[in-house]
Design a protein around this ligand. Structure first.
Ligand code: KAF
Ligand code: ZN
Length: 649
């Protein structure tokens, strides 16, 4: 609040100038930033409400805990876990929710290979963290939009996109995704096949989206934790050094020191002493803290801190580099005027640490720092390495895109409150090709179970970061004199690479980001380009294509047999109801994940009710199998016996 008052005061002063006519471009640029008030434009009472709302959402998310999985809990006849019984997730007698996201659920999702347990955890987390936020989020959207409009933007999404200082930002993003989608689809098809080998084709549909609980991550956003199930050439040294870190007795501090030493090797800044004194690198046991990693610049030139509930894993070692990248950027632009002490755009800020991690995670570097032994540069080892990088960098892309696609549409009103969850799942299915492992409806609020939604941190920055970091990597490798394939490059100890990186970072936000890219590329380009990330993964792309020769690429929505069709104009939007039965519960649920906002009850005993707006794809006659986007169930007679459910007409 105090900051808002101060900001408004500065704004009052700044707007008295006819700054658009100033001759100095940097000064005009400064004014263009100071004269945007953001949420401080709201009247005091609403500003207070919005601030408190954000705070409440964040604390609620961070305090969420769930109960341990109990495999003895009641099951249905078909062996499916009976989630509706006794509401036992909420009030199970004797159950005290003790498991928190970090570290328990992160680890569970990463290591459990029991689909029932995974599905329980997946659901329980969304019940605990997402659902309670739904009402608050609706109000939050209203207030955010109001603030954005007071600043002259169309809505809060428009305001967020203005960070990128370009009118065709959405087209740029769309174009990049179109270039990368074929690679994603190849990875998706290959991983799906491996998951079928593990879990069988009743859980994983051969031509459908992948159930979201099987990918080793709570949001299916990166898939590195299923490397053991998917590794192209098993029986070779694992590029995941988690066990080695533990064996060698690494502490969280050691991991950050290791990361720091990479920065120093490039001639960049060491962390100031206050960083080591004041950072919180281990989760405290006596209170709830916001565990999601973050990096803080106290803007006084001395105090910089990281907060991270660090576990001894390779993933957290990479995250340590990521967070330290934020601090390094802060340090590099600290001599800029206050208003320019920021990333060229938000994606640049997210990219810095990842750029170093691209080198730090190479087998040759891990070998150099004694975390990996005997990896020769064979084709098979290269593919194993590239594949593990793809489970991180390529698997992430559609998620990095869709989170804000959802929010932009929510802010613009294109997604109404009654569609929050169903539209979320439309995007999840369409972009990621993943499906909910069980029924979702509009009492759920699955977007809210991802940190950045309650914490109100824009997300497309990570999508852009994942692209631009490969542009950085390519240029720094060139500066370092690297020859050979891009994925083998390691810039460790290259003063030249360090100098180039420093030149870009020290600009802060003083110039528009295309100019920063121009500095990076010695004038070759000032645009975001997918070329370098595609070049990096080219050997893997060819390999995947050959592996997927007989594979169905892409995904159709799940398979169903239609038992009946009913229509209605009674609800807010006209819809058709398709009564369908699915072969397995998980398929039935993922099918329902793209419903249209009506609650479906009694779904355990009755055939599934599937709702679609009438504008969408064709619906067929009773008793027929749907074709696109669904295909024929292999054994439809299983379901013929079931009576169509028509009480919904
Ligand atoms: C990135 C890399 C690998 C995997 C996945 C990601 C995406 C994303 C995620 O879903 O986990 N990564 C993060 O959220 C890392 C945290 C952070 O460093 O980006 C952090 C997010 C945050 C936390 C609290 C308040 C605001 C933002 N960002 C920063 O700490 C930060 C951002 C800009 C400048 C300085 C620091
Ligand atoms: Zn970050």
């Amino acid at each position: 609040m105090e900051w808002s008052r101060f900001h408004r005061h500065k704004w009052d002063q700044a707007t008295t100038f006819a700054w658009k006519n100033f001759s100095s471009a940097p000064v005009r640029r400064m004014f263009s930033f100071v004269t945007v008030l953001g949420r401080a434009a709201l009247p005091e009472d609403k500003l207070k409400e919005l601030t408190e709302l954000t705070q409440e959402m964040k604390s609620s998310y961070s305090a969420a805990k769930i109960c341990r999985y109990d495999p003895t809990r009641r099951r249905l006849d078909n062996g499916d876990y009976d989630y509706n019984a006794d509401n036992d997730l909420d009030n199970d007698i004797g159950c005290i929710p003790t498991l928190s996201l970090e570290p328990h659920l992160v680890q569970l999702m990463a290591t459990s290979r029991d689909p029932e347990e995974l599905r329980y955890v997946w659901r329980a987390w969304r019940d605990a963290a997402g659902r309670p936020l739904r009402g608050k989020y609706t109000r939050f959207v209203e207030l955010s939009n109001e603030a954005a409009r007071l600043n002259g933007f169309e809505d809060a999404g428009d305001f967020w996109r203005s960070d990128y200082e370009t009118d065709d930002f959405e087209d740029i993003i769309d174009g990049l995704w179109a270039e990368l989608r074929p690679l994603y689809e190849q990875l998706h098809a290959y991983v799906r096949r491996k998951l079928i080998e593990k879990y069988g084709d009743t859980i994983v549909p051969p031509r459908g989206p992948i159930p979201a609980h099987l990918l080793g991550n709570m949001w299916a956003q990166t898939w590195t934790h299923i490397l053991d199930l998917t590794v192209p050439y098993p029986g070779r040294p694992s590029v995941d050094v988690t066990n080695t870190l533990r064996r060698q007795g690494y502490s969280p501090f050691d991991m950050f020191r290791l990361s720091e030493s990479f920065f120093i090797s490039l001639g960049l800044e060491p962390m100031p002493s206050t960083f080591w004194q004041k950072s919180l690198l281990i989760k405290p046991t006596d209170r709830d803290v916001i565990c999601h990693a973050s990096a803080w610049d106290f803007c006084n030139g001395i105090d910089y801190r990281i907060k991270q509930c660090t576990q001894i894993t390779m993933e957290d070692m990479i995250t340590a580099h990521h967070e330290m990248g934020h601090i390094q950027y802060d340090l590099q632009y600290r001599n800029q005027p206050f208003i320019f002490r920021d990333g060229a755009n938000p994606a640049f800020h997210e990219a810095v640490g990842d750029v170093l991690a691209l080198s730090a995670a190479t087998p040759s570097h891990l070998q150099e720092i004694n975390l990996l032994a005997n990896v020769d540069e064979s084709f098979e080892n290269d593919i194993n390495f590239l594949f593990s990088m793809a489970l991180d960098k390529i698997a992430f892309l559609p998620f990095g895109y869709l989170v804000d696609k959802w929010r932009w549409e929510v802010f613009s009103g294109e997604i109404s409150e009654s569609q929050y969850n169903s539209r979320w799942w439309d995007l999840r299915v369409n972009y990621q090709g993943v499906s909910a492992p069980l029924l979702r409806d509009e009492d759920d609020f699955d977007p809210g179970a991802k940190f950045h939604i309650p914490a109100n941190v824009p997300y497309v920055r990570y999508f852009v970061s994942f692209i631009v970091q490969f542009q950085f990597h390519a240029e720094l490798c060139k500066a370092a004199g690297h020859s050979g394939p891009l994925h083998r490059c390691n810039i460790y100890r290259s003063a030249e690479a360090g100098r180039l990186l420093r030149n870009v970072l020290s600009l802060g936000k003083s110039r528009p980001w295309p100019e920063a890219l121009s500095v990076l590329t010695s004038g070759r380009t000032n645009q975001l380009e997918a070329g370098p990330i595609l070049e990096y993964f080219e050997p893997l792309m060819s390999w995947l294509e050959s592996q997927n020769k007989d594979e169905f690429i892409g995904w159709q929505e799940n398979e169903a047999i239609v038992l009946g069709v009913v229509s209605s104009n009674a609800s807010v939007r006209p819809f058709s109801a398709v009564i369908a039965a699915l072969k397995s519960p998980s398929r039935r649920a993922s099918l329902l994940s793209s419903t249209f906002g009506l609650r479906v009850t009694d779904f355990e005993t009755s055939p599934v009710l599937w709702l679609r707006s009438d504008s969408s794809k064709a619906v067929q006659k009773d008793g027929m199998c749907l074709r696109e986007p669904w295909n024929v169930l292999r054994n439809p007679t299983d379901f013929r016996a079931q009576k169509p459910h028509t009480e919904f007409t």
